[in-house]
Design a binder for this molecule. Structure first.
Ligand code: SF4
Length: 200
């Protein structure tokens, strides 16, 4: 058994739901925010906290839920050692700094699984991604309303084989999403032009 303190900062929560999916005994979703199930509010900080004694498996779930929170809203402390198992403060001291190299065309490597064609379907508010295994032959079409759904689907179905291709699909689908939201034109591989609205 392990004695843990969970501290949850409701102000920071963006309601993405990872904590409740990973540790449903500790977190549940209420409207657009998570709730720490047995949490008590500290008036001074506005944070919610609870101390519990849990078996190893639950302790692992609690730590994972804190690690998964993308906005550092969950802190976990081991009460026996007083060690922070999940900290919310970002520490850069001692980090190695690397300046990004300029991407060069000669570094480009074709994905053996194919290439992607991306466009927006304005009538239905959808982003459409076509996978071509041969030149101009679309074999699979993935549609979705937001970049996250699309790239998770592409990764789950193992439609890509290269990291840079996965990064590329994230960048392009986010551009397509922004174009849809703002009513501007989306052209794959071209920068967005925020000055021109699409005629409807
Ligand atoms: S994972 Fe973080 S942001 Fe997402 S619901 Fe939980 S506390 Fe909120």
């Amino acid at each position: 058994m392990r004695r843990l303190k969970i501290i949850y900062d409701r102000e920071r929560c963006r309601g993405l739901g990872m904590c409740a999916a990973i540790a449903p005994h500790q977190f549940r979703m209420k409207g657009k925010k998570a709730v720490l199930v047995r949490g008590k509010r500290t008036p001074r900080t506005g944070e919610y906290s609870t101390i519990l004694t849990v078996p190893a498996a639950e302790s692992e779930r609690i730590v994972k839920s804190g690690m998964a929170c993308p906005v550092n809203a969950i802190r976990v402390i081991d009460m026996d050692t007083r060690k922070s198992l999940v900290q919310t403060r970002i520490v850069t001291h001692g980090a190695k700094r690397i300046d990004a190299d300029a991407a060069r065309p000669k570094d480009f490597v074709m994905d053996r699984k194919g290439y992607l064609l991306i466009r927006v379907d304005r009538d239905h508010g959808l982003i459409e991604v076509g996978l071509c295994r041969r030149k101009n032959q679309v074999d699979v079409i993935i549609t979705g309303r937001n970049p996250t759904d699309i790239y998770y689907t592409i990764l789950k179905k193992k439609l890509l084989s290269r990291f840079e291709h996965a990064a590329y699909i994230g960048k392009e689908t986010q551009k397509a999403h922004t174009a849809l939201q703002l009513g501007i034109e989306y052209v794959q591989d071209a920068p967005l032009d925020f000055s021109k609205n699409v005629k409807t």
